[in-house]
Design a protein around this ligand. Structure first.
Ligand code: PHE
Length: 383
């Protein structure tokens, strides 16, 4: 059966055409010779996998008009040598590039601490405060501790906490009348106080040290103010260095800057202190404040100040404050009824928070990070 069918088919074919034209072979030959064939044919042949497409790129490199075997350096300047030797005549000069950027100009940079210091200083000035003179890093124990009603056995008066001077180890200039009153109030009290009831030693008060807080400066200023009659209310501030014998770590240095503010007037209350602190800190961008009772030998009541930090999402301690005790103010000669509200904080802490710095040593001291200072913007919006 199959055989028969094949025969029929052949017969049929022979009947339809006289001769067969092999178009496929013709197209392939054309292509081989590089002749043009229609795109449609090429596509058909590609589909039937009879041809494949290959792409070759050829370059031809020839010597250009400026070709040299040895590289020629173009001159940028005419030097005395060129003039002397006369070879300036043959020199080829490099074109000026007017689009090139100039060298960065050497300029000074603002230390972040100094920038924040200035911002805080402006807040104090806006609030009507006057700066106190803070130019004595060396202070006597008398002004740093005794005048502040800080007992002579207090642990912060130990050499583990305070840097005492070897030379000159002691001061010989202390106001005698006032010193006597300070001694009395420590030993026996007075002005409604029982005092500490210990044997107060002048030697201890004469010891020189590097001031541990700028409250020593406030004390001197208040004493000076007390001598001026009639009494006039005052608002004082200072921002300067203090020294503590601390183990240095990521957040502590043995010297740092302290910001201190005080108001001296009749009838001030803790409410006034809270109000002033709210004004001061909200100007610094810290408007959410909380206060925690604390202890300082020279203030009563005393409060630690906390602020909610939106970035860190927690309450951070930002300062210490209080109302100076009568045992401190009355021996100075300030009139009865005059109160002093005061507060202190470090300059480093708000600066670290503002600049997102987590290691104090990058900011201040011998290991300071110069790139941080160089990249510090000249102006900040906010504070
Ligand atoms: N002298 C305090 C300190 O060193 C700060 C302070 C200043 C506290 C004034 C109360 C009043 O931390």
């Amino acid at each position: 059966m199959l055989k028969l069918w094949v025969v029929f088919w052949q017969l049929d074919f022979n009947l339809m055409v006289d001769n067969v034209k092999d178009e496929l072979q013709e197209q392939l030959k054309k292509l081989e010779k590089g002749e043009v064939v229609p795109d449609k044919v090429i596509d058909d042949l590609k589909r039937r996998k009879l041809i494949t497409k290959e792409k070759s790129i050829w370059y031809s490199l020839k010597k250009g008009p400026e070709f040299v075997v040895k590289r020629k350096t173009l001159a940028t300047d005419v030097t005395t040598e060129h003039l002397r030797s006369g070879d300036w005549k043959d020199l080829e000069f490099k074109d000026y590039n007017y689009g090139a950027q100039g060298q960065p100009i050497a300029k000074g940079y603002v230390q972040p601490l100094m920038e924040v210091r200035e911002a805080i200083e402006n807040i104090f000035i806006m609030m009507g405060f006057t700066e106190m003179p803070t130019n004595n890093f060396v202070e006597s124990s008398f002004w740093n501790f005794d005048a502040l009603f800080q007992p002579q056995q207090h642990p912060s008066r130990d050499s583990h906490d305070t840097f005492f001077l070897k030379a000159p180890a002691a001061t010989s200039h202390l106001p005698e009348d006032y010193l006597e009153k300070v001694k009395q109030v420590h030993q026996f009290g007075g002005y409604g106080s029982k005092g500490y009831g210990y044997d107060w030693k002048r030697d201890e008060a004469e010891k020189n040290l590097l001031r541990t807080h700028t409250t020593a400066v406030s004390t001197r200023m208040l004493y000076k103010l007390a001598q001026e009659k009639p009494f006039a209310p005052k608002r004082y501030y200072s921002i300067d260095r203090v020294f503590r014998n601390e183990a240095v770590d990521r957040t502590h240095l043995a010297e740092f800057h302290q910001i201190e503010g005080l108001i001296c007037d009749y009838g001030l209350t803790l409410g006034d202190l809270i109000g002033v602190l709210e004004d001061f800190f909200s100007s610094l961008g810290m408007s959410k404040l909380r206060f925690k009772p604390a202890y300082n030998p020279y203030t009563e009541p005393s409060m630690e100040i906390f602020s909610y930090h939106d970035g860190l999402k927690k309450w951070v301690e930002v300062g210490n404050s209080g109302m100076f005790r009568p045992e401190m103010l009355l021996p100075m000669g300030l009139p009865e009824g005059v109160n002093v509200i005061a507060w202190g904080l470090s300059l480093e802490r708000p600066t670290m928070i503002l600049y997102g710095i987590d290691n104090i040593r990058d900011l201040f001291g011998p290991k300071v990070d110069f790139n941080l200072i160089k990249s510090n913007p000249l102006c900040r919006l906010g504070i």
